[in-house]
Design a protein around this ligand. Structure first.
Ligand SMILES: [Zn+2]
Length: 417
């Protein structure tokens, strides 16, 4: 069977025929299969600007378009682009169905590489298929761009808003994701964590869409609180459990760090290696950690132990079903914790008190948005940003995030490789 016969059966192109495949060499002397493409006689070319079928004007020198490798050998389609005389746009290069814009990669290869980029790192994809990192990026971008312009965002009634720290220093991203229905998908990625980072998304979606949002979860970041209040008129705004627990954990950890430091100066290492013992839920501790916890609990004079106990008491708050009793418990807890003489815990109390309404909304939303959904999404996003440490630009990170978490529709392919 000829290679062109195979190509014709998986990817027939109207107006073009495949010529005879030949073995050739690339610029570095590696073997490759070259398949010429010839326009059918009397077929018209399409203007790349408006798509109109026009008379061709002249032809440019041959160009190579990389195709999916066969048996580990690179495959290129070779074609001399025609220029057209478009009555609307003037002299333009033609539009070809196997690649978009000036890309040297065929759409088939782009979809193929992007598919692999979901399971392997971009570096690894590049290595395995003999392309460079840039080409893998371009492929993923091709697929993501298609997905973003074809996705359906209607019917989204619950969203989560989060800030993600990435890289060194204080670089942040604002992300919005869907919390309703069967899918948890990424809807938006914006630069920084300013009010405009978030309002740009609502601008993009328009007022009718915003009016359809019934629940919005976020952390306590001021800029988000303000934008959500102003832009989502029908949404119950919930400060979700995950972010509150995280904040309290940070307070406990701060107490431990300061105390550990002070103890070490006196030559005591009582708190050594106990970071996660204090932070984890007791039911998640390993047997060794459980033992360590039992041991340290005897030392009630330790500030870290007291902070831990306040944290555990706070946990009961989430168990309530009635908003009334939950609120009563919360207020009592706050009152007690204010007398704890632990500065980080007191600071947490102040934050809780000033956001009590929004925290209580969690109960009003009938605990619909458990911390699991928000936490799971937060973790996934962090995983991508960490893996993407080398992605210096915002653009690259954004593409990577949408590719893995956007649940985007993919361009159709006549053949799945
Ligand atoms: Zn045109």
């Amino acid at each position: 069977m000829l290679v062109t016969t195979i190509l014709n059966s998986i990817e027939k192109r109207k107006g073009f025929v495949y010529g005879k495949a030949r073995m050739g060499l690339d610029s570095e002397g590696n073997k490759r299969i070259e398949i010429p493409i010839i326009p059918r006689r009397n077929s018209k070319a399409s203007c790349s600007n408006c798509g109109l079928a026009c008379r061709s004007y002249d032809r440019l020198p041959e160009r190579c378009f990389e195709y999916v490798p066969l048996w580990g050998i690179a495959v290129v389609l070779v074609y001399a682009m025609r220029r057209v005389m478009c009555p609307e746009c003037g002299v333009k290069v033609e539009r070809v169905p196997w690649a978009s814009g000036k890309s040297p990669i065929t759409s088939s290869l782009a979809i193929f590489l992007a598919d692999w980029a979901k399971v392997l790192s971009w570096q690894e994809v590049a290595r395995r298929f003999g392309v460079n990192w840039r080409q893998v990026f371009e492929s993923v971008r091709h697929v993501v761009t298609y997905g973003l312009s074809h996705r359906d965002l209607s019917g989204v009634t619950a969203i989560g808003v989060d800030e993600i720290q990435c890289g060194h220093g204080h670089r942040y991203l604002t992300v919005v994701y869907q919390l309703c229905g069967g899918t948890r998908r990424l809807l938006y990625v914006g630069k920084d964590r300013e009010a405009v980072s978030l309002s740009a998304f609502f601008d993009e979606m328009g007022a009718p869409w915003c009016a359809g949002v019934r629940h919005a979860c976020s952390d306590m970041w001021k800029a988000y609180l303000k934008v959500i209040r102003e832009r989502l008129p029908n949404a119950v705004h919930i400060l979700d459990r995950f972010h509150i627990v995280k904040l309290l954990n940070e307070a406990v950890d701060k107490v431990r760090r300061e105390e550990d430091c002070a103890l070490r100066k006196k030559g005591l290492d009582l708190l050594k290696g106990l970071k996660y013992v204090f932070l984890k839920r007791p039911e998640n501790l390993t047997p060794g950690q459980q033992e360590a916890l039992m041991g340290i609990m005897g030392q009630r004079w330790l500030r870290s132990v007291r902070a831990y106990l306040w944290k555990e008491k706070f946990q009961l708050f989430w168990e309530y079903t009635s908003p009334f009793w939950a609120q009563r418990y919360l207020r009592r807890w706050c009152k007690g914790a204010m007398r704890s003489r632990l500065a980080p815990i007191k600071k947490f109390v102040k934050t809780i008190r000033s956001h009590e309404d929004l925290i209580m909304n969690w109960f009003k939303a009938k605990k619909l948005y458990s911390s699991g959904a928000v936490e799971g999404m937060n973790r996934k996003i962090n995983l991508v940003t960490r893996k993407a440490y080398g992605y210096k630009s915002h653009e690259v990170l954004k593409i990577a995030l949408f590719h893995t978490l956007g649940h985007l529709p993919e361009p159709e392919m006549t053949h799945r490789f």
